[in-house]
Design a protein around this ligand. Structure first.
Ligand SMILES: [Zn+2]
Length: 80
């Protein structure tokens, strides 16, 4: 089963717009979000300078997309 993930982006004004990519972060198995999240690409993202996104949007972090686990795929039914 694919582990749950968070979609995290640095807030506007923290970095330039070209660096505000959407990172993929493994959802921590703790009751509250820790002060520092580590994305699949290795980026350390501090609380207070980032926003959690409710759904995919914006420019994705390519390194995160390459490193994040793929979701389980369902078999495609055979066509007749
Ligand atoms: Zn990333």
């Amino acid at each position: 089963m694919t582990p749950p993930i968070l979609l995290v982006r640095l807030r506007s004004g923290v970095v330039g717009e070209s660096r505000r990519v959407v990172h993929v972060v493994p959802c921590p198995d703790v009751p509250r979000i820790p002060d520092v999240l580590v994305a699949y690409c290795g980026a350390e993202i501090r609380a207070g300078v980032a926003e959690l996104l409710p759904r995919p949007c914006g420019m994705p972090c390519t390194a995160c997309l390459i490193s994040a686990p793929l979701p389980a795929s369902a078999p495609v039914p055979a066509g007749d």
